[in-house]
Design a protein. Structure first.
Length: 354
């Protein structure tokens, strides 16, 4: 568990761990659920605010525990009003970690990061330039949601309704902390969001997807496909050399069979490369015959690919052509481009060098 100056960070504990910790202090187990509500629903950072507990309990907790929450170092609001980017600074790292709030009708979706950097090296992703630095802890993942909800509350807006693990890093490669954070997100005394409101994205690390299947979590799964043949996917996503497209389709079918939830294939549209006639035919052959979705993402200026951006009309046309072939294809609106908060544009800044 994380500690701050020898104090236990309560936001790095699962509900079971917190219950055991509370019992070790000689208090009743129900205190753990009270604390959970204060941490994640009220979002307090001072034990004195926990008004339904005695002064003795508050003092005891204050003496040995920490509930500090990091304030965002910066908050960038898109001029279009549909996205906000946050930069969070955490203990034990000089890096500022980015996450994004997306507005879509009644939805308030938090796109959270799970790692500082990423080891997978996708060519269209700004995060990949960093390489892998380290995993984020449970409390660092949850701190992003707390900060985003604080922002929404300050605007008298509704709180986060949906969570997508689509920020920096490969969440399933940080499985232990992803799983622990997910428990808090789904717990009724935590953020109280059901699995239908949560999606985790992966570049296609097969063993991690298998582990997700075995956990029976009922969360949505999005697989970054981004190419229509192995040769092309090898170039833009090096992970394909280890886990190819056929393997991804196979595991996606298994996920659907186990959970009953359609897998979403994320597909970056790179003009003249991933939206060709050959691409349409290959995607139809690969994905027809089982329930899945294709989420078309216009290429954003990021990573090592700076050209071949595509117009909205071309993406829409590609979507319509896939529909004619019997595929469920939707177009993801790239919110937050003007603040470098769209898909593939997040990064982590070393605060000591800027």
């Amino acid at each position: 568990m994380e500690t701050t100056a020898s104090k236990t960070d309560l936001r790095d504990l699962s509900i079971n761990e917190l219950e055991q910790f509370i019992l070790s202090l000689g208090e009743k187990k129900f205190r753990a659920r009270q604390i959970y509500k204060w941490l994640y629903q009220k979002r307090v950072d001072d034990f004195e605010q926990m008004s339904n507990m005695s002064k003795h309990v508050r003092q005891q907790l204050s003496a040995c525990c920490s509930i500090q929450k990091p304030e965002p170092k910066y908050i960038l609001e898109s001029k279009y009003g549909d996205a906000v980017k946050f930069g969070f600074a955490f203990n034990n790292t000089s890096y500022i970690i980015e996450s994004v709030l997306l507005f879509d009708d009644k939805r308030r979706t938090a796109c959270v990061s799970s790692q500082i950097g990423c080891a997978l090296g996708c060519s269209f992703c700004e995060t990949a330039k960093l390489g892998f630095i380290r995993n984020l802890t449970q409390q660092e993942i949850l701190a992003q949601l707390i900060g985003i909800n604080d922002y929404l509350c300050s605007k008298s807006d509704k709180l986060v309704t949906n969570v997508v693990f689509m920020g920096m890093g490969e969440a399933l490669s940080n499985f232990a902390n992803f799983r622990k954070a997910l428990e808090v997100i789904m717990h009724e005394d935590g953020f109280n969001l059901g699995g239908r409101r949560i999606t985790v994205s992966t570049a296609g690390v097969i063993p991690s997807i298998e582990r997700l299947i075995n956990e029976n979590l009922n969360v949505g799964l999005a697989i970054s496909l981004n190419a229509w043949n192995d040769k092309l996917r090898d170039e833009v996503m090096p992970i394909n050399k280890k886990y190819n497209i056929a393997q991804l389709v196979k595991i996606a079918k298994r996920y659907f069979e186990k959970t009953g939830r359609r897998v979403t294939f994320e597909y970056v549209v790179i003009d003249g490369i991933t939206n060709t006639p050959g691409a349409k035919k290959s995607l139809s052959k690969l994905l027809s015959g089982f329930p899945c979705k294709i989420n078309l993402i216009p290429l954003n200026t990021a990573g090592d690919i700076k050209e071949n951006t595509v117009s909205e009309d071309k993406v829409l046309q590609f979507s319509q052509e896939l529909h004619k072939l019997g595929l469920a294809a939707t177009v993801r609106k790239s919110r937050g481009r003007d603040i470098m908060g769209a898909c593939g544009q997040l990064t982590a800044y070393d605060a000591t060098t800027v």
